[in-house]
Design a protein around this ligand. Structure first.
Ligand code: ATP
Length: 612
């Protein structure tokens, strides 16, 4: 497939405002792919050249890309940047400037000519050059990258140029979620969505859409079903349901395993000591350990002390551990608040901060050991294996466990956790298997709450903003339109407007973050009756606290059509206020779901008591 053809599909995807149309277009696109290119097409559709969890990405800065455009089209960098200021999208800048140029390209991979004399840029050749850009390192990197990107742009047509520019900037602006790509693959290869669950299962185990697509195309759905957990590929995290009281929890779950609910970062640690594994180059201490966040981002470089501890403390050749990392003082048994731990999420000054604020990782599960997946073993067995696998007295600390069947005892453990400054406890069914990506009553969180507040915060996605009056005009927003995630439909539905709890500084931050996500019209995966002044791509996640969840005719979260065809009200937040930004550890699809919101609505009022 030519890159120009792929860009035509991208144009269609960008222009549509319907999710069903997105699936149709994707399905058409995938049907036109050969087995050899489907993997690359899937990554490119995600705006990437490798799976999301891979740290392998291009990551070029605005100014570097501007330089490549300037060079390719014979204009000055200042001209490019001026136009960028006006348009707010470097892709549109390239598209506009391209007609000034008709140059030659020296790269043999794209210099083969058609009869009409035009260069052929296949998807694979563009992918290869983009990979080369990403691999470039050492002295002269910026110049080499500019040259390569410039060569690509010189041979691109208008449409292609727009997307070629957006990919290295990490903002393809297609607004396609992973579930929609799975739908597109199912429709393209299986003709319907009846086996979509099998694709989703493979996604939950491997997190790798390119691998799933390639396997499906080359070997069929049976092979996809057999795709296994693999060290180096993050497993989608199992998540917690909510229950209001210890009594309700025991009533529903019976005898449970109780663990502290540590308030830090979820870190999935992968260890591979095989010479051919993660550490393929046999570099001691490098690549042997990888770490992934809850939203599948590679965060290995952030936590040097966890890398070292994993190498020293884990008694296995290969392993995957589920942990929560946070700042903890072993002597005083003091857990530091999340606001402290979160200082460790940074790109620079890592070693210095690691000394100032060392982390411990509380290991609460083991999902893989010595080549064997453990996700289909019951929790009780996994915990036993976990305890045998971790050497004591180090940075990795196996989580304490209590087996409890008495609500009173559970209440006391909850109180104990709260008195230690923790959020509460997580209780787990002893016989439960590890359900990758699942949220059900196998794992339940019990938290404390304050009067006049919901027991838990809600992670909302910013859908747009509504222009402000007075001093807020300076920040361009007076209120945010926010939504939650409708998992069944893979859509974002509105749940509230929020203007409280944000400092001037936070307004400014939101403005900067959303500036790059501005879109002209409602994105295809957004459903809202409220039209904000400015729509933004649903990407920024904020944590919101509210007093109550109420029914509302103006919001679309949970709107359903009754048997008589009447639309029932949606759900909304009463007195919402911002607690924090969660952009760094949440993708939009990790936000609170409609199902969760409805369960919270049903449970509110039945707030739990801490038993004496
Ligand atoms: P989400 O439920 O979407 O993960 P959240 O980040 O607000 O939202 P909670 O639902 O409140 O988290 O709690 C689940 C999270 O608690 C896990 O994702 C994990 O990061 C953390 N956690 C802390 N201790 C444990 C534990 N012992 N077992 C499992 N998870 C734990």
């Amino acid at each position: 497939m030519t890159f120009s053809k792929l860009s035509e599909y991208f144009e269609k995807l960008e222009a549509t405002s319907s999710r069903l149309a997105l699936i149709d277009i994707l399905s058409e696109l995938f049907k036109h792919c050969s087995n050899k290119e489907i993997e690359q097409v899937v990554y490119l559709t995600q705006g990437r050249i490798a799976p999301f969890f891979s740290s392998f990405e291009i990551g070029m800065a605005d100014k570097t890309v501007a330089q490549a455009i300037a060079l390719a089209y014979g204009v000055t960098k200042d001209e490019v940047l001026k136009l960028y200021q006006k348009k707010g999208d470097m892709g549109l800048v390239a598209e506009q400037l391209i007609d000034r140029h008709s140059g030659e390209c020296s790269d043999s991979r794209i210099s083969k000519k058609t009869d009409s004399g035009q260069a052929i840029m296949t998807v694979l050749s563009v992918f290869e050059i983009m990979t080369e850009i990403a691999k470039t390192s050492g002295e002269g990197t910026v110049e080499k990258r500019i040259t390569l990107l410039c060569q690509l742009l010189q041979k691109a047509d208008e449409k292609s140029a727009k997307f070629i520019v957006r990919i290295p900037l990490g903002n393809l602006r297609l607004g396609i979620g992973d579930p929609t790509i799975l739908d597109g693959l199912a429709m393209a290869k299986l003709g319907n969505k009846s086996k979509r669950k099998l694709l989703e299962g493979a996604y939950n185990r491997t997190s790798d859409l390119g691998l799933i697509a390639k396997t499906l195309f080359e070997h069929g759905i049976g092979a996809v079903e057999h795709l296994k957990v693999a060290v180096g590929k993050p497993i989608r995290s199992e998540l917690c349901e909510r229950l209001p009281t210890p009594e309700k929890a025991i009533e529903k779950m019976g005898t449970v395993d109780v663990q502290y609910k540590y308030d830090g970062f979820r870190v999935q640690i992968h260890l591979d000591r095989r010479p051919t594994g993660l550490n393929a180059q046999n570099l001691v201490g490098q690549d042997e350990v990888k770490m992934f966040s809850r939203n599948l981002e590679n965060m290995t470089h952030m936590f040097p002390e966890l890398i070292e501890a994993t190498r020293v403390q884990v008694k296995a050749k290969t392993a995957i551990l589920d942990t929560e990392a946070l700042a903890y003082n072993v002597e005083s048994e003091e857990f530091l608040p999340f606001q402290e731990t979160t200082k460790r999420r940074r790109k620079h000054g890592i070693e210095e901060m690691a000394k100032k604020l060392p982390l411990k990782a509380f290991v609460f599960d083991i999902l893989y050991k010595n080549g064997e997946s453990l996700i289909d073993n019951p929790l009780e067995e996994r915990i036993k294996i976990l305890k045998e696998t971790i050497r004591e007295d180090g940075v990795l600390i196996p989580s304490k466990n209590y087996t409890v069947s008495d609500p009173k005892k559970l209440g006391l453990l909850l109180e104990d956790a709260i008195s230690k400054g923790l959020e509460g406890v997580v209780i787990k069914r002893l016989d439960s298997l590890y359900e990758a990506g699942g949220r059900n009553f196998n794992w339940v969180k019990l938290k404390r709450h304050s009067a006049g507040e919901l027991q838990d915060t809600i992670d909302c996605v910013i859908l747009g903003y509504i222009s402000g009056k007075g001093k807020r005009t300076a920040f361009g927003a007076g209120a945010l339109l926010v939504g939650v995630y409708d998992k069944k439909k893979d859509m974002f539905v509105s749940v509230s407007k929020i203007g409280t709890g944000l400092s001037d500084e936070e307004w400014r931050e939101i403005k900067v973050k959303s500036e790059k996500l501005k879109v002209k019209s409602k994105p295809a995966r957004v459903c809202s009756l409220i039209e904000p002044t400015q729509w933004v791509e649903p990407k920024i996640v904020i944590e919101v606290l509210a007093d109550e969840i109420t029914r509302s005719p103006i919001h679309t979260a949970g709107v359903s059509v009754s048997s008589t065809g009447e639309k029932e009200s949606g759900y909304a937040l009463r007195f919402p206020r911002l607690v924090s930004f969660r952009t760094s550890d949440r993708r939009a699809e990790d936000a609170t779901t409609v199902e969760e919101l409805i369960k919270m609505y049903q449970q509110q009022g039945k707030k739990y008591r801490v038993l004496a």
